[in-house]
Structure formats: C-alpha cells, structure tokens
Write a protein that binds this ligand. Structure first.
Ligand SMILES: NC(=O)c1ccc[n+]([C@@H]2O[C@H](COP(=O)([O-])OP(=O)(O)OC[C@H]3O[C@@H](n4cnc5c(N)ncnc54)[C@H](O)[C@@H]3O)[C@@H](O)[C@H]2O)c1
Length: 356
C-alpha cells in the first residue's frame, strides 16, 4: 500500500534533502510538500523531481488553520514530518514574534488538523505518525564536558530555541493528552547541499570563494556538533518506520568542532579545490559575539544507535569536501538567492558593510 507523507517546509534546506532522500529510497510513496516559500524556501532545490508522479507541491502557510484542515481531508495522510520553521537564531534575536507564530502556532495548527482528520473510525490513529523535527538547541548550552541525552532538561536560550522547545512541549502534550501518535527528533547542526548561505558553513564557503571577509563571532571557540544532512534524513526515515510512539530521539554524530576550526578548514579546502592562493586565513575577521551565544552543543546518540541501528555514514572530512564541491558547482543557485532581503539582513547582522 502507498504511504502518503505530508512534508512541511520541504523547500528549505533539510526538507528538500529529505524529499530527495525519500524519493531515492522508497518506491511506493506519495509526498505532499507544503511550504510558504519564505526567503528560506526555494523550489529550485527540487527541480530534479518536479515531474516525479510521487511528488507534489502546495504553497501554504502552516498557520492557515482552515487551509491545513482542508488539506488533511483532501489527502489521506499517513506521516506528517514537520520541518516548517523560522530557523535562523540571529533573525530570532532581531524579530522573535514570527518564530512564535510559525514554530509554535504553526505546529499546533498541524497537530489540530491531523488529530481531527485522523480520529475517524474505530482504528483511531492506526499506523499514522506525526514527527516533529526539533533541534539540540532546546537543551541549552553545555560546559566543556558531557553530552545532551533525551533526558536532559529543556533550557533554551535564544528566541529560536525557545520557540522550538515550546513546540516540542505541545507535541508531547498532544501525545500525553490525546494519545496522539507523536515522535520528536532533536538533531545537531546540519550541513550539506542547498543550505541557505546565512548559516555558518555555506556563508563561509560563499564568502571565501568571493574573497570576502569571514566574520567569526566572539573568540571562535563555540562548539557545534556537525552532521551531514543526508545522515539526518536517514535518521528521520528510521524513526518514522521504527521509532516508538511518544519517544524523543537525539540525532548527532559525535563530531564536535569549534567555529574557528570549521572556518579554517573551509579556507583550506576552498583554496585547494579551485587552486586559489588568495583564499587564506587573512580573510578571517573576529566580530562581536552573538547575544546569549550558547558555548557548546554535543549530542549523545546512544539511543538512536542502540534502538534503531542508526549511525552517521559521512564523516566530517568527507562531508565538508562534498559540500564545498557542491557550492562550487552550484554558484548559480547561490547567486539566485543571495540578493534582496538576505543581503539587507546580512548587513544588519554583522553591522559592517565592508564584509558583504
Ligand atoms: N539546520 C539545522 O542545522 C537544523 C538542525 C536541527 C533541527 N533543525 C530543524 O529542522 C527544520 C528545517 O530546518 P532548515 O535548516 O531546513 O530550515 P530552512 O530555514 O532552510 O527551511 C525552513 C522552510 O520552512 C518554510 N516555512 C517557514 N515558515 C513557514 C510557514 N509558516 N508555513 C509553511 N512553510 C514555512 C520556509 O519557506 C523554508 O522552506 C526546522 O524545524 C529546524 O528547526 C535544523
């Protein structure tokens, strides 16, 4: 029998990678991609599958409760995978409200529509699943040692992570209150193709390739746990098929790196890839730290390893070279989106036009 996925935010970075992953790994599926197409949504990411019969796109705001409700009655949806979100911490510091709207109220709109549509019949929810794509940032910041486990208390610091933690709590509450079939994944920082160049890795690659300054927050020693996006997609696929309803699964690859290590690595690999000696560490420029900048994130992926057999297939050294190569080969994609609103936000963010 065909499985129908509702993927929200499927024109964004991870959502589009997930749709490509599903289509490459499953035959008997139908995917409905629902996306508002904010500055971060880009249908060009999915150009290669536009004519695939298993895939369709609907432009929609997940906060539009009546449109979302209609969608659930129009299609018999088996799995909801909720990627749709405002996702950039810096933007959340400048304008928290839209984060609450999309990340919290949008999630509730989906939960309500799914609950209403899926309650039909004696079978209750059957094999249906609602998977909330969350982040390790909900756990707050770590000191120099230790890792986040699924039992780590939520302690978000930025408006972004607070909105994601709020959504997680509502998803859990629907599970507890209505016996609704929820799953939550909390993943570490992703990198790979199709990531909007406001985030650290594509921003640095793009700037390096154009000999622009490489702005590094604070002392550059903040630590993030980097995961190649395809490994995140694999984890979500496995949690949907075999995860235990009501559970949280942390996703991370024990790949902790300081920001300055990442930037220096990008300088080295970009310079090598296009044989350009002008791409050098002299482009690096330290800028005032982000407000409330979490010092360190690190995931303990033991549960998803042990219970579902997930492990990351792409190590960082391989993944970063693949990613740089992708950005070199897809300069037109980058050019198409690095204009207008993004440029304005970038100047505001780092407050120094010279680095643009
Ligand atoms: N990027 C990471 O490293 C990371 C890590 C862990 C978890 N996550 C989570 O994964 C999800 C996807 O992240 P991403 O990096 O792909 O984000 P992204 O910003 O690249 O994509 C978000 C997508 O959501 C869409 N969207 C925004 N508001 C919407 C609305 N109201 N209705 C419908 N669509 C809307 C955008 O148009 C965009 O296509 C987010 O929920 C994020 O919190 C991201």
């Amino acid at each position: 029998m065909e499985t129908t996925y509702l993927v929200t935010g499927g024109a964004g970075f991870i959502g589009s990678n997930f749709i490509l992953y599903l289509l490459a790994h499953h035959e008997n599926i139908r995917i409905i991609n629902v996306d508002k197409l904010t500055y971060a949504g880009n249908l060009a990411n999915l150009a290669s599958v536009e004519s695939d019969d298993r895939y369709m796109f609907r432009r929609m705001d997940i906060c539009d409760r009546s449109a979302v409700r209609d969608l659930f009655f129009e299609f018999d949806i088996d799995y909801v995978v909720n990627f749709a979100a405002e996702s950039h911490v810096d933007r959340s510091i400048n304008d928290p409200e839209i984060f609450v709207r999309t990340n919290v109220l949008g999630t509730v709109s989906l939960l309500d529509a799914a609950r209403e549509a899926w309650r039909v019949g004696d079978d209750k929810y059957g094999d249906r699943r609602f998977l909330q794509v969350s982040t390790d940032e909900v756990y707050g910041s770590l000191g120099p040692s230790g890792f986040f486990s699924e039992d780590t208390p939520l302690d978000p610091h930025s408006p972004y992570s607070a909105s994601k933690a709020s959504a997680d709590l509502l998803v859990k509450a629907y599970g507890d209150t209505y016996n609704f079939p929820v799953l939550i994944t909390r993943c570490s920082n992703n990198y790979g193709p199709f990531q909007f160049p406001e985030k650290l890795i594509p921003l640095m690659i793009n700037n390096a390739l154009h000999h622009k300054h490489l702005p590094v927050y604070g002392d550059g020693l903040n630590v993030r746990d980097w995961l190649y996006v395809e490994d995140h997609c694999k984890a979500i696929d496995m949690v949907l098929s075999n995860g235990v309803v009501g559970e949280v699964y942390n996703v991370g690859g024990h790949n902790e790196r300081t920001n300055i290590f990442i930037v220096e690595k990008i300088v080295e690999e970009c310079s090598k890839a296009i044989g350009d000696a002008e791409i050098s560490k002299s482009l690096i420029e330290y800028v005032p730290d982000r407000k409330g900048h979490d010092r360190r994130y690190g995931i303990d992926p033991k549960k998803i390893n042990d219970d579902l057999g997930w492990w990351p297939e792409t190590n960082f050294e391989e993944g970063i070279v693949k990613t740089i190569q992708w950005y070199i080969e897809n300069r037109a994609w980058v050019k198409q989106i690095t204009s207008g609103e993004y440029q304005n936000n970038y100047v505001q963010q780092y407050d120094q036009e010279k680095i643009v």
